[in-house]
Design a protein around this ligand. Sequence first.
Ligand SMILES: Cc1cc2nc3c(=O)[nH]c(=O)nc-3n(C[C@H](O)[C@H](O)[C@H](O)COP(=O)(O)OP(=O)(O)OC[C@H]3O[C@@H](n4cnc5c(N)ncnc54)[C@H](O)[C@@H]3O)c2cc1C
Ligand SMILES: NC(=O)c1ccc[n+]([C@@H]2O[C@H](COP(=O)([O-])OP(=O)(O)OC[C@H]3O[C@@H](n4cnc5c(N)ncnc54)[C@H](O)[C@@H]3O)[C@@H](O)[C@H]2O)c1
Length: 452
Amino acid sequence: MSDYDFDLITIGAGSGGVAASRRATVHGARVAICEGDRVGGTCVIRGCVPKKLLMYASQFADAFADAPGFGWEIVPPSFDLAALTAAKNRETARLETIYRKMLADAKVTLLEGQARLVDAHTVEVGGRRVSAGHILIATGGTPSAPAIDGLELAISSNELLDLTELPRRLLVLGAGYIAVEFAGIFAGFGSEVIQAYRADLPLRGFDDDIRTRLATAMSERGVALRPGFAPVKLERSANGIRCTAKNGEVIEADVVLSALGRRPNTDGLGLTEVGVELDAKSGAIRVSPDSRTTVDSIYAVGDVTDRAALTPVAIAEGRAFADTVFGNTPRVVDHRLIATAVFSQPSIGTIGLSEPDAIAAGHQVTVFEADFRPMKHTLAGRTERAYMKVIVDTASDKVLGAHLIGADSGEIIQALAIAITMGATKADLDRTLAVHPTSAEELVLLRTARGA
Ligand SMILES: Cc1cc2nc3c(=O)[nH]c(=O)nc-3n(C[C@H](O)[C@H](O)[C@H](O)COP(=O)(O)OP(=O)(O)OC[C@H]3O[C@@H](n4cnc5c(N)ncnc54)[C@H](O)[C@@H]3O)c2cc1C
Ligand SMILES: NC(=O)c1ccc[n+]([C@@H]2O[C@H](COP(=O)([O-])OP(=O)(O)OC[C@H]3O[C@@H](n4cnc5c(N)ncnc54)[C@H](O)[C@@H]3O)[C@@H](O)[C@H]2O)c1
């Protein structure tokens, strides 16, 4: 028995913190977890889960619009955001109860309150001091607020998820995951959505063939895209909120969503005081590949380290930490091959290198692509197309990246990710029998290289 109260104190009961804490108890560690808000963290309470529930709700708009093509007669449907928000709140409350039970079942002590480091082994939380051999920082991130005059008039995704009244006009600022997902969701609900962003296309860093098709699909679905719009000022107007761009362009809306990125939650934790270094630019905790900070007894995982702000990554980092420190099985998470989905409408699934990144990494590439109208859209009368792109290393035939946009891409990419993580070659895709009739079968029917 050590002199410490616990073997591990985790700060933050979100995706990474809960996963690490539970895994540490499997290895016999005595664990406490501190949480200053709701157990479950961003993903469960104000991120992935409620967002996906809202996305499902939004997709009924497509179903109603498509149904007459399949013989259904639809009386004009109506939508009640207050009813949806209440249902969503019930579900997140249910999940929070499950998370609390999971911690209790694993014998993880929950210490409620904002935690702060006192020294390399001591944490203060809820007016009490507790000590541990190791401390894990898993405090996640929070919406960032760049220096834009009057930005406090805008709301973040946290508040948008709790609206009970549908805005007639919604202005979405930004073009990352959160911006495109919520622009699509609220357009489906029936709001007039304008999405304004600095770049030419949404989703910087994604393959350009996906970005251009997303912009087309969003515009066709009624989201008014305003590229080249760098917001500098928000102010109240007679009819709502007026947002002005650097070039003088003005957009007016009833509600403005600021989706201008997220920053690591490090304020007030006492990190630098005990010697934990932060990255000067991002403010994230600096960690080694095995999640160790600049203080030996303190580790950090998840969004607070700004490696890849995704739930499965936070969970994997948390478990790898626990296995390394308490399970005598040193291992690190490979951040090079991360599959991800953007729940835009239509959704995007992607893994591996984009075409420019593959070329920049020194690969000679062969590109295979399929651009087609999904079968369901024929009777529905939709013009929207689906697109799949597979990037292959010409010399080794290995698949370097796959990029999909179209219905169910967020689902399809998970199965493809298994093959690509195993090192699949294009020949492996070619010898796989198709599942017919599906959209996903196009992935094993790609015969002609682009430009061939
Ligand atoms: C709108 C939205 C949608 C998203 N959708 C997806 C998605 O579809 N798929 C996906 O993979 N990812 C998604 N993400 C990202 C995902 O939610 C995060 O990557 C993930 O939650 C990170 O987990 P974490 O453990 O690092 O932090 P978090 O889950 O943020 O947990 C951190 C916890 O620490 C607590 N905390 C902070 N400071 C203290 C303190 N001083 N004392 C005590 N407790 C503290 C917080 O209250 C919080 O509960 C989304 C994020 C947002 C905002
Ligand atoms: N489906 C998913 O997996 C999912 C969904 C939501 C969020 N997330 C995670 O959360 C992270 C954060 O998402 P996000 O959308 O908030 O951030 P992001 O970093 O993806 O996008 C931020 C956007 O804000 C813009 N921006 C930043 N500062 C600006 C300024 N001063 N003026 C104008 N524009 C500015 C950027 O150019 C970009 O378009 C994502 O990177 C992702 O890892 C994942």
